[in-house]
Design a binder for this molecule. Structure first.
Ligand code: TA6
Length: 300
């Protein structure tokens, strides 16, 4: 067998990592300096980047991909990957008081430490960790016929610390104009777009223009996608709010890590702890917020 050196290194790395990684997990060959774990399990397939501890892809076996990932994403340290489930931590959107701080916090633009990977017949479980000042974060990602992301923060300091964040999930859709999101009916939301007004949601959410809404609701959201004959069910825990976002045409054109027409291919439904929901962690206290994603058939 004539193995190129690169292939040999990759094979060696996979073999070596086989020792640490369960049989359903291997390191992608794309870039050894930007580790991406590939999951091929009896229940699902998926991909997770060490950078941001970010789920990039997931789908139960015999189904179409559930998450959207931009083909123009950056894969360089310090830049957020566009798509999958970026972890916004330890705050959502702009920092409450320091404009020099990065939007959506630090978690999604740095490499995390891999603590463990394990598997059962039902799922593969990854655990990653990172730290920022006195806050330590650990994320547990459980991939099976459902996908669960559980982000726990521990205050390791001597003072009270504020915590916020979001699981900024990009859901792949057949076409943004053919889907709706149910579960937020009658909820109050802040329309983040100028002039920033509070509104009440009437009926299901349908996207016909740029939409950026912070709902004061922890309800289960169901993305109804008739062309794909499926419902994506987004459950959450520990998140008082839900952000729903689609950039639409003009904003998509201004985003160089997103193809101009790809606004049609995704809807973000984000379990969130907004500034207005901020959690105060006492020294030694921890808090977990999580999301669980599953599919249902949609017969109509
Ligand atoms: O999804 C809510 C939001 O805060 C939107 O306002 C939009 O900015 C989006 O996040 C994407 O943010 P990013 O920093 O990833 O470009």
């Amino acid at each position: 067998m004539n193995l190129e050196w690169q292939d040999f290194k990759w094979t060696l790395r996979c073999f070596a990592n086989m020792y640490d990684l369960p049989i359903s997990v291997c390191l992608s060959r794309e870039d050894v300096n930007f580790p991406i774990f590939e999951i091929d399990h009896a229940k699902c397939q998926g991909r997770i980047a060490l950078h941001g501890a970010q789920v990039l892809a997931w789908h139960p076996v015999d189904t179409a991909e559930v998450l959207y990932l931009s083909p123009q994403s950056h894969y360089t340290e310090g830049k957020a990957i566009r798509g999958g489930i970026p972890l916004c931590w330890p705050w959502f959107s702009a920092h409450a008081s320091d404009p020099t701080m990065p939007s959506h916090g630090f978690a999604r633009s740095r490499f995390w430490g891999l603590e463990s990977v394990s598997e059962t017949q039902e799922a593969v479980t990854f655990r990653f960790a990172t730290k920022w000042r006195e806050l330590a974060a650990s994320v547990e990602i459980i991939l099976g016929d459902t996908l669960e992301v559980r982000l726990t923060t521990l205050n390791m300091g001597e003072a009270h610390e504020l915590l916020g964040g979001a699981l900024h999930s990009y859901f792949r859709v057949s076409d943004i104009s053919d889907i709706s999101a149910e579960g937020l009916e009658n909820s109050i939301y802040l329309d983040v777009l100028p002039p920033q007004q509070y509104k009440r949601q009437v009926g299901a959410v349908r996207i016909v223009e740029e939409f950026d809404a912070n709902f004061s609701s922890d309800a289960v959201v169901r993305i109804i996608d008739a062309p794909l004959k499926r419902v994506v069910v987004v459950e959450k825990s520990g998140c008082p709010s839900t952000v729903v976002w689609n950039p639409w045409i003009d904003k998509a054109r201004s985003m160089q890590d997103l193809p101009d027409e790809d606004y049609r291919k995704f809807l973000c439904v984000e379990p969130a702890v907004l500034h207005s929901d901020a959690i105060t962690l006492a020294p030694g206290e921890s808090y977990t917020f999580s999301t669980k994603i599953r599919l249902e058939a949609h017969e109509k």
